[in-house]
Ligand binder design. Structure first.
Ligand SMILES: *[C@@H]1O[C@H](CO)[C@@H](O)[C@H](O)[C@H]1NC(C)=O
Length: 371
């Protein structure tokens, strides 16, 4: 197994939630010409090509690696997966307009669950901290909740607790000032940085785990706020017994880089009411959901481009695991796109929000018709 392939495997396995198996037999690593890549660089910031740019560097070659999943697998065949789940019917490749994107590697039917993805980092919103699992954001039963009216956090299961190595680190420090600052300022992303920092210190992820995502270009007023946040985070850790060598990664540069990626790539988690089957019966793109329970960052879901009339959407049924669902029948080779914003807004409002929030002008078919 080559080094580049190993990197892809390491990056994608945790996201896809299953082992990819022997690459030589199951996967092919196809290569696109680098001129395609340079053409795409002129495209929107949202064209998060940095993922492939990173692979490019790691592969030490002038080509971009793209991942193809075999088209004969079906993710819906859950009965026959005693061995391991099948790879999703998608591949990541280059679009003509916006760098990389996600494509169907076979025909996909309306309502099909295309894949699920586990977050790299997630955190409940401060208002939900005592009512949801501190790891997976699942709603805690109300009996457990009333016991937790105080200051502690809870996990919904021993599995979630076992996977929360970050919490062993977090417990060592007093977060009251940090949390209070976030609460007063109405900040949610520093909580994700805090969680990530604890994950890094506990050794479950490396400090550059988010580098594969496209960053936002930071504005100058954000930089001064950011300095305050990083000092607060640093002081909080300084007050614990965590060794300084374990905290060496925690620099202003690291904080800025991580925050810039979180700002563009974080999903707001709204748990849908009902089961996946209920959702299938709803033809609409939007599903009824309760208020946001938290925020999370994923890799694969961040590779989807935007469309104001999307053919897939992402739903959260019971916890933070993202479920990517087909909204209509999709042909093999078609690009899969999600809607980054509230699709019910009119043309002008959508254009403004997409430009201000994501830095691109939308040219989707719906926008072309000024709908
Ligand atoms: C964190 O605090 C230590 C000790 O006060 C200091 O030496 C270090 O420069 C600080 N790091 C950042 C990123 O502020």
């Amino acid at each position: 197994m080559g080094f580049g392939i190993l990197i892809l495997k390491l990056v994608l396995e945790p996201i896809l939630g299953y082992s990819m198996g022997p690459w030589a037999t199951t996967y092919k690593l196809s290569v696109l010409s680098s001129s395609d890549f340079h053409t795409s660089q002129r495209m929107s910031r949202l064209a998060r090509y940095s993922f492939w740019a990173l692979q490019l560097r790691k592969l030490h070659s002038s080509h971009i690696a793209t991942l193809s999943f075999p088209s004969s697998f079906s993710t819906s065949a859950s009965q026959s997966t005693a061995t391991r789940p099948s790879p999703p019917p998608i591949h990541v490749g280059l679009t003509e307009y916006a760098g990389r994107g996600v494509f169907a590697s076979r025909r996909i039917s309306a309502g099909e669950l295309i894949h699920t993805a586990q977050p790299i980092v997630s955190h409940p919103s401060l208002s939900s901290v005592h009512t949801v699992c501190y790891f997976c954001l699942r709603k805690l039963p109300s009996s457990a909740r009333s016991l937790e009216a105080s200051q502690t956090v809870s996990f919904c299961s021993t599995q979630c607790e076992d996977q929360s190595k970050f919490y062993d680190v977090e417990k060592k420090a007093d977060w009251s000032r940090f949390n209070e600052y976030c609460r007063l300022q109405g900040l949610k992303y520093p909580l994700l940085v805090k969680r990530l920092a604890c994950q890094v210190i506990s050794g479950v992820v490396s400090s550059d785990v988010l580098d594969i995502l496209q960053p936002e270009i930071p504005s100058s007023d954000r930089i001064s706020k950011m300095k305050k946040e990083v000092a607060l985070l640093n002081n909080t850790f300084e007050g614990s017994d965590i060794g300084s060598e374990q905290m060496a990664f925690l620099t202003e540069e690291w904080y800025a880089g991580v925050l810039a990626r979180i700002r563009i790539n974080a999903f707001r988690i709204e748990l849908a009411i009902g089961s996946y089957e209920d959702l299938l019966s709803l033809a609409a793109a939007s599903v009824e959901a309760e208020a946001a329970v938290g925020n999370a960052v994923y890799v694969l879901p961040s590779l989807y481009n935007h469309d104001c009339d999307p053919n897939v959407n992402i739903v959260w049924i019971e916890n933070v695991d993202a479920k990517v669902k087909a909204l209509r029948d999709i042909e093999e080779g078609e690009e899969l796109r999600i809607c980054y914003i509230d699709a019910s807004m009119d043309y002008k409002a959508r254009q403004t929000i997409l430009y201000e929030g994501f830095g691109f002008h939308c040219n989707c078919l719906r926008c072309a018709s000024k709908d």
